[in-house]
Design a protein around this ligand. Structure first.
Ligand code: NAD
Length: 387
C-alpha cells in the first residue's frame, strides 16, 4: 500500500461497547506501513489496552477527540457513527470532509448516517458487506464477531443452567449430559455447537441450508434436516427468507425438539432482514422447566417471540436471554480479531500500489457505501429511495 494516511481511532461511545477498532499490535503494523496513527486518549481502556502500549507501538495519543477527527484521513471504528454527547456533535460531522470511514455501518437501517456521509463527501466502507469469498475471509468482521457470540452464548447458558453440561459418573449417581439445540448453523451456531461439545454436552442443530449438515456433523452434533425446504441459499451464501407456510412447518418440527433439550441457542438469521420467529410463546410453555434460550438474533428482532431486547427474563420457568452485543463481553479477543480484519481490509484498499482506491476490486466495490458525494451501493441507494 503506497498511500500514506493519518489513521484516527476514536473511543467507541455506543453504550456498553468495550471493543476498539485497532489494538496496539496492529497499530504498530500500520505504522510500519508508513502511516501515522492517532488514538484518542483511553480509547483502549475497556479492552485493557493502555495509552502507553499505543505510544510504544508508535501511535500518537490525542486528548481532544475533535482534533483527532479533524486531522485523520481515515477513521476506523467498530460501531456506526452516532452523536458524541460530550462534543455536542455527530461523529460524521466531526470527520474531515472527503475522509474515509471504515467500520460497521448498518446502512440499510441507518439512512440518516448514509445521508450525512454523502453530504460530507465521506468515502464510507461498511464491513457488514464484505463478500463471502475466500480472499475476503481475513477481513470478515461479521464472521469474527459471530464466532465470539456463539462461544459466549454457550458459556452464559452453562452459567445459568441448573445442571451439568458434561456426562458425570459420581458416587452420588450418574448424570446425563445437557442437551443443546442450535437453531441456525451459520458461523455463530457452529461455534456454539463446538463450545457446547467441548463442555461435554450433546448437541443437535437445524438449518434451512442443507450444506450446513456436513459442518454440523463434523462437530459431533446431529443435524435435523428440513426436507420440505428447497432452494434455500442466495448466491452470496446467505439463507433466503422462508414463506409463512414453510416457517409454520419448520416451527412444528422445532416444537417437538424443544421439549427434549435443556439449552437453545437461537442464531437463525437472513441477511438484512428481520430474524425468523422459530419459537412462539406457546412453544416455550412446553419446554422443560429450568431450560434456557439464548437469543442471538435479538438485534434482528429475535428468533423467540418472547425475547426482550437487552433483558434476561423468565417465562413459564424458562430463562430467556436477550443480551445484546455479546462480542463486547469478550473485549480483548473481539478487538484483536476485529483489528486484524480492519487492517487487512485497509491494506487491500490500496493494494495496487497507486494512490487511488481500486474500485475494480470486488471487496472494495461491495463494501463502499458513499463516495464523492454519492451513494454508490445500488442496494442501499434503492432501499433509501423507497424510504
Ligand atoms: P447468518 O448469520 O446470516 O445466519 C445464521 C444461520 O441461520 C445461517 O446458517 C442460515 O442458513 C440460518 N437460517 C436462516 N433462516 C433460518 C431458518 N428459518 N431456520 C433455520 N436456520 C435458518 O449466516 P452466517 O453465520 O453469516 O453464515 C452462513 C453461511 O455462510 C455459513 O455456511 C458460513 O460458513 C458461510 N460463510 C462463508 C464465508 C466465506 O466463504 N468467506 C464467510 C462467512 C460465512
Amino acid at each position: 500500500m503506497n498511500k500514506k494516511f493519518k489513521i484516527g481511532v476514536p473511543k467507541e461511545i455506543y453504550q456498553g461497547e468495550t471493543r476498539i477498532a485497532l489494538v496496539p499490535k496492529m497499530a504498530a503494523q500500520l505504522k510500519k506501513d508508513g502511516h501515522e496513527i492517532l488514538i484518542e486518549i483511553n480509547a483502549g481502556e475497556s479492552a485493557f489496552f493502555s495509552n502507553i502500549e499505543y505510544e510504544q507501538a508508535g501511535a500518537a495519543v490525542i486528548q481532544d477527540v475533535q482534533c483527532l477527527y479533524s486531522e485523520a484521513d481515515a477513521i476506523l471504528k467498530v460501531q456506526p457513527p452516532q452523536k458524541n454527547v460530550a462534543a455536542e456533535k455527530h461523529e460524521v460531522e466531526m470527520m474531515k470532509q472527503g475522509s474515509i470511514y471504515i467500520g460497521f455501518l448498518d446502512p440499510m437501517r441507518r439512512s440518516d448516517i448514509v445521508q450525512q456521509m454523502k453530504e460530507r463527501n465521506i468515502t464510507s466502507f461498511a464491513l457488514e458487506y464484505i463478500p463471502r469469498i475466500a480472499r475476503a475471509q481475513s477481513m470478515d468482521a461479521l464472521s469474527s464477531m459471530a464466532s465470539i457470540a456463539g462461544y459466549r452464548a454457550v458459556l452464559i447458558a452453562a452459567n445459568h443452567l441448573g445442571k451439568f453440561f458434561p456426562f458425570m459418573m459420581t458416587a452420588a449417581g450418574t448424570i446425563p449430559p445437557a442437551k443443546v439445540l442450535v437453531l441456525g448453523s451459520g458461523v455463530a451456531g457452529l461455534q456454539a455447537i463446538a463450545t457446547a461439545r467441548r463442555l461435554g454436552a450433546n448437541a443437535e442443530a437445524f438449518d434451512v441450508r442443507p450444506a450446513a449438515r456436513e459442518q454440523v456433523e463434523s462437530l459431533g452434533a446431529q443435524f435435523i434436516g428440513l426436507e420440505f425446504i428447497k432452494d434455500t441459499e442466495t448466491t452470496s451464501g446467505y439463507a433466503k427468507e422462508l414463506s409463512d407456510d414453510l416457517l409454520k412447518k419448520e416451527r412444528e418440527v422445532i416444537g417437538h425438539r424443544l421439549t427434549l433439550n435443556n439449552v437453545v441457542i437461537a442464531a437463525a438469521q437472513t441477511f438484512g432482514k428481520k430474524a425468523p420467529i422459530l419459537i412462539t410463546g406457546e412453544m416455550v410453555k412446553h419446554m422443560k422447566k429450568g431450560s434456557i434460550i439464548i437469543d442471538l438474533a435479538v438485534e434482528q428482532g429475535g428468533n423467540c417471540e418472547l425475547t426482550e431486547a437487552g433483558k434476561n427474563i423468565m417465562k413459564y420457568d424458562v430463562h430467556i436471554c436477550g443480551t445484546m452485543n455479546l462480542p463486547a463481553t469478550l473485549p480483548i479477543d473481539a478487538s484483536n480479531m476485529y483489528s486484524r480484519n480492519i487492517t487487512n481490509f485497509l491494506r487491500n484498499l490500496y493494494k495496487t500500489g497507486d494512490k487511488t482506491i481500486d474500485f475494480e476490486d470486488e471487496i472494495t466495490r461491495n463494501t463502499c457505501i458513499t463516495h464523492k458525494g454519492e451513494i454508490v451501493n445500488e442496494m442501499v441507494r434503492q432501499a433509501l429511495k423507497k424510504g
